[in-house]
Design a protein. Sequence first.
Lengths: 269, 315
Amino acid sequence: MIRRAIPPWLFWLLAIGGVAFLLGAYEMVSARQTRINPLQSTIPSFEKLGEGLKQIFRPQGLPENPKPPMFWVDIRATLWRLFMGMGFGVAASVVVGVLMGAYRWIEAPLGPVVMFLSKVPPTAMMPIYFALVGTDQKMFTSMVALGIFFTMTQSIYQAVRQDVSDEAINKAYTLGASEFEVIYEVIWKQILPKIIDGIRLQIGPAMVFLLAAEMVVGNAGLGYQIRMQSRILNMSIVYVYLAILAFVGLIAEWGLATLRKKLCPWYVD
Amino acid sequence: MSTKPKRIGQTFVSEFALEIKALSHVFGSYRVLDNINLQVLPGQIVAVVGPSGCGKSTLLRAILGTDPPTHGEILTDGTPVCGPTRNVGIVYQNYALYDFMSAERNVGFGLKMDETTMWMRFFQTRKYIAKRRGHIKKSLEFLRVVGLADACGKYPREMSGGMRQRVAVAQAFIMRPKIVLLDEPFGALDEAMREDLQIMLLRFYQENLIAKKEGRRPEYTILMVTHELNEAIYVADRVIGLSRFHTNGNQGAAIVYDRPCPIFHPDNPRDFSKFVEQREELRKAVFDEEYIKDRDKYVTFWKELGALANSVAGV
């Protein structure tokens, strides 16, 4: 029967089984490929992946003049770009989304523009960013920020319109709130969980835009390194980087879910 | 709506808590309300009844200030209504509580808005915390009044409909507005919960009577829209009927019924026989489409009140 409950032990057994199956299948395919071509590196064995892992944490450069490990350089560059881009994008979309949801005279001119531009894929806008802001940090930041801005503005605007009733706003006025207080004390606090959820949902697309940009014009970063290593078929590093990306996504997801629980204990999905 | 009115609390300047003068409301070419005149004394509990679509909610929104009338004037304690302000409290059928606040914080929200500023909340933390302690204490007192002392820490989603409505009532009354509007407040509740809340309103009325006896201005002035005739007569001390079924009905709904109701004591059992006659009269005067009469035929509240005052004075 659809959605019939299963015992927790069975659930966990199946979950572990799923992961074990994936790893086992990978190892089988890798071994088969190695039998065909002992020098293959497209599906490296776990041993090779371990070597790749060691390599990314090894200091670069000459022993007398060591440089930070590859992993540290790349993750720092990518996360900083992501943080800056998302910071600006989220801040702008919160301001514009809330104002659009609160005031019809702001919603009227901005609504169609936001809706139209949200349909343009940010990666397709890359040439425009290159032309307008160059190919440095500003470009990555503006690409991530604008990439998430339109979609997130729309979702915040929808949250204000749907989650904050006219009654709640009118009541706030009758309880002595000023207009700014209604926005901060009622609207902002009511939609805060939706904003946090919006950030969670936008991390994935933001990473796509960022990695695409890094692959095209980066000189450091996870996207840049994946492209460089895949060119020389050094897949043991590519796969490790992909796993790192998955971990970054999981940690961000968990962190934001925890933050939402902490800040909005009243909220239920 | 942009200005924050100063708290004037229970300093009354007018004889009437609410005064409506020649109010009419038109939607396009459709005239909903026609020449409504109404005065509500402090301490009265007034029930407004009428057929669906007769303009009860339009009238309520006009008094609240969210939907100004096309003609006429509304005054709360002598002050014209220009938008929703703290002079008029509101309790909605759907409670409209703030989901992100516990019961005590919902009740204390108005006090926070009233007695603290954004500056204080962010930059004068100590002063703010001290104020908030006072607000929470007062909120707890109000929650006790509405029988919810044990639920102070619960969020709205953790409460039943009746509990939420009690919180909404406390939230409105803690601000001591000139008048509180109840918009079909018990419509979504089961029978037992309705009765509990009706009794709570009767207790408020008893407190009004005590205040009057002691020469104080009564605190609870209520205008309640309801579609339940029994409830209207049981809870209110005055019933108003809005209807288009009068000789000038094509001009819009008007007050076609305005009479006092018997006063019930919250501790006495309900005596339905006491209001059967009035309920039938109300049904005929307000809801009977066939019964077209002069709009003032049953509008006798002030005459009856004057007669009562004269008989008490022995004139």
